[in-house]
Design a protein around this ligand. Structure first.
Ligand code: HEC
Ligand code: HEC
Ligand code: HEC
Length: 134
């Protein structure tokens, strides 16, 4: 009888101990880092009849940095400044003039997502960061 009682105390103690030790992990579950809500409507995007990026959205989410590198290389090495977007519209391959023309709300769009994943592109040391317009 006594033995069983002690066993229960030990199990309870153990459960409390495990709970405390793992507290930081389960306490943060689901609430540590709510995904940022990105603001996609800007004056230019609002006027688009079909709201789409230069490449499919899924690609842009994961691959916009590669696309920017590719644009840079094409401009700087091949001196070719225009290319068709996914809809076939010819666009200047430009960070400031093209991406930021549509996404004119850098702080509410690019920065919000970058802060969430802790990246800080250094591009703005040289490239003009256009005036915010959202
Ligand atoms: C012609 C306007 C336009 C241009 C130019 C443009 N975008 Fe977009 N972009 C959009 C629109 C509209 C969406 C939302 C598409 C959707 O809802 O599926 C979008 C979506 C995105 C997304 C995905 C956001 C998300 O998580 O839902 C990223 C990232 C992005 N753009 C980055 C860029 C970058 C970087 C450039 C330049 C290389 C660029 N865009 C150029 C209009 C544009
Ligand atoms: C949906 C989230 C999201 C949005 C919106 C977004 N980015 Fe990013 N961006 C990322 C992530 C994640 C990385 C880091 C990828 C990696 O390290 O592989 C990144 C990396 C980059 C890089 C490369 C940085 C480096 O130092 O290598 C550039 C340049 C960049 N983003 C530009 C932009 C611009 C410009 C916009 C707005 C027009 C934008 N991004 C919007 C998620 C986003
Ligand atoms: C040390 C300065 C410097 C930094 C930092 C820099 N660039 Fe550039 N970039 C240039 C110069 C100079 C050109 C050539 C300008 C031209 O011919 O229009 C250029 C051209 C480009 C172009 C094509 C032209 C245009 O209008 O956008 C893209 C795209 C580009 N860079 C993307 C990036 C991205 C993305 C980053 C950050 C990951 C970055 N650059 C960081 C200096 C820089």
């Amino acid at each position: 009888m006594m033995k069983l009682y002690n066993g229960k105390i030990i199990l309870l103690g153990l459960a409390v101990f495990v709970g405390i030790v793992t507290f930081p992990f389960w306490f943060n579950m689901g609430k540590a880092a709510p995904a940022p809500v990105l603001k996609l409507d800007t004056p230019v995007i609002a006027k688009m009849p079909v709201k789409q990026c230069v490449r499919p959205t899924a690609f842009m989410k994961a691959g916009h940095m590669q696309l920017l590198n590719q644009w840079r290389d094409t401009v700087v090495r091949d001196n070719n400044r225009v290319a068709p977007d996914q809809a076939g519209v010819m666009r200047e391959m430009s960070l400031s003039n093209t991406c930021m023309e549509c996404h004119s709300n850098k702080t509410e769009f690019c920065d919000k997502c970058h802060n969430y994943v802790s990246v800080a592109p250094y591009c703005w040391n040289c490239h003009i960061q256009p005036k915010e317009n959202s």
